[in-house]
Design a protein around this ligand. Structure first.
Ligand SMILES: Nc1nc2c(ncn2[C@@H]2O[C@H](COP(=O)(O)OP(=O)(O)OP(=O)(O)O)[C@@H](O)[C@H]2O)c(=O)[nH]1
Ligand SMILES: [Mg+2]
Ligand SMILES: [Zn+2]
Length: 346
């Protein structure tokens, strides 16, 4: 990167500034984590790029984080995040892996071929709501679809206030509709299944071909996970783009509020069920079931609401159990250590 960016172009906000004392502000340098490798982090500050080798005393960091470093380039601390995206670590039942932090807008990409799936969109929407991040639904590959308006209408039915854009990632003019969210200082992330065209959109918005794009097998139009790393890319405007690899394994944990917001009309209906603890299965006087009968509520949507609620409850419980287990273990360890010290003194 030849020219320098101001802190606000890098996404700095009052929320981060308020976390620094005057002394810290005068001594340390705030840096944004732009990329993460096994060996270390690529950072960007007002005075340009720098690298920070991994060290064991650093906490779990991710792309998009704001950190402080001292004059010698030593890590001081990570600033509190505005939003955090994580997923269940692959192969593991209960640990989570950070995906990105401090995102302003989430572009939820779904392609207008076999990938179109309302339940998957609802899952991402719940995730965005939980993180209080603005969500824009991008229906990609509009050129592969005879009538995008049909899909736009279905998507819009999930939330009348949501912004839905159909684009052809291969046509630079078509993607201009996404630019208003990519202005200086804004951090946007693309999520969606493999092969839906996230990297293609990132490249088009950057006017480069930084991200590899893959070819999709013709038979089932499923992608092959072309993008494997995560990094933030700076636009000329100063906006930052994050391309994440297909997140098929994304699981919801600690996401009850997000789900409730993404399915707000179900909760409103539930308010007028006869029983305050109605489960909306077969209870008499159930307004939710009545809405299904009358066609006001889609049965698929209700079932997905149940499914996501169960999933997040299961994952939250197992995460909480694991954390409790570690706490107990470390308490035990500490008590053993202090007892040993005691004995030594005697
Ligand atoms: N026809 C058409 N093809 C597209 C469009 N957008 C992307 N493609 C093609 O779809 C394939 C996959 O696109 P990518 O951008 O690599 O998909 P991705 O979402 O980044 O995939 P992963 O990195 O695996 O998560 C490529 O061959 C693109 O050229 C589009 O709007 N229309
Ligand atoms: Mg990609
Ligand atoms: Zn009910």
């Amino acid at each position: 990167m030849s020219h320098l960016f101001s802190l606000s172009q890098l996404g700095w906000k009052a929320f981060y500034q308020q976390q620094l004392s005057l002394e810290e502000w005068e001594t340390y340098t705030p840096c944004r984590v732009m990329a993460q490798h096994r060996s270390g982090l690529e950072l960007l500050s007002e005075s340009g790029p720098l690298t920070l080798p991994s060290s064991p005393n650093m906490p779990d960091l991710t792309v998009g984080d704001w950190i402080l470093i001292d004059a010698n380039g030593i890590f001081i601390r990570v600033l509190e995040r505005l939003s955090t995206f994580s997923r269940k670590a692959s192969g593991s039942k209960v640990s989570t892996q950070l995906i990105a932090a401090n995102i302003d807008t989430l572009f939820i990409v779904c392609s207008l071929n076999h990938d179109f799936n309302l339940s998957r969109l609802e899952r991402y929407l719940a995730l965005a709501k939980e993180n209080q991040v603005e969500a824009i639904v991008v229906l990609s590959k509009s050129d592969c679809c005879d009538d995008p308006s049909l899909y736009i209408k279905q998507t819009q039915s999930l939330d009348p206030l949501m912004i839905v854009e159909a684009v052809n990632g291969l046509d630079p003019l078509s993607i201009d509709v996404l630019r208003p969210w990519c202005k200086g200082g804004k951090t946007v992330a693309f999520v969606g299944s493999s092969g839906v065209g996230k990297s293609t959109l990132v490249n088009a918005l950057l006017n480069t071909s930084i991200q590899d794009t893959g070819s999709v097998r013709g038979d089932d139009s499923k992608g092959r996970h072309t993008t494997t790393g995560r990094s933030l890319h700076l636009m000329e405007s100063g906006g930052l783009l994050l391309d994440t690899p297909g997140m098929r394994e994304i699981q919801l944990a600690d996401c009850e509020q997000g789900i409730e917001q993404a399915f707000a009309e179900i909760l409103t209906l539930a308010d007028s069920c006869q029983f305050s603890n109605c489960q909306h299965h077969s209870e008499p006087g159930c307004s939710v079931k009545a809405a299904i009968e009358s066609g006001d509520l889609d049965e698929r949507r209700l079932n997905n609401y149940f499914k996501l609620m169960r999933e997040q409850a299961f994952n939250s419980a197992s995460l909480a159990e694991k954390r409790a287990h570690y706490r107990k273990q470390s308490r035990f360890y500490r008590s053993v250590m202090s007892e040993a010290k005691h004995r030594k003194k005697k």
